[in-house]
Design a protein around this ligand. Structure first.
Ligand SMILES: [Zn+2]
Length: 96
């Protein structure tokens, strides 16, 4: 299964990048984008485990993760971040 995970290749960081995720954790596009021009949420992802943001992420082929595990990770991450009313399975599908 091809999934989005947080990266940490600091050699490619620019002064506009930030990495507040844990390397290898599943990430998603932010559920909300704010109006602040300096925030960076419009060009970053959110870690499902850490709830941190990052501009460094990559697609990997994860051979062991099942579809159910993937969907559950989104349900857990969204609930932990206060989005219990979001259709986690639809969000997970969007990221595949
Ligand atoms: Zn923002």
């Amino acid at each position: 299964m091809h999934i989005l995970v947080a990266g940490r290749d600091t050699k490619q960081l620019t002064d506009r990048d930030f990495v507040w995720t844990v390397e290898g954790e599943l990430v998603m596009m932010p559920p909300d984008i704010c109006d602040c021009p300096d925030c960076g949420c419009e060009r970053s992802v959110v870690g499902l485990a850490s709830s941190g943001a990052s501009t460094m992420f990559q697609v990997i082929d994860h051979p062991a993760m099942t579809r159910d595990e993937y969907s559950q990770a989104f349900a857990d991450g969204l609930a932990r971040q206060g989005y219990e009313d979001v259709d986690a399975e639809a969000v997970a599908d969007y990221h595949l």
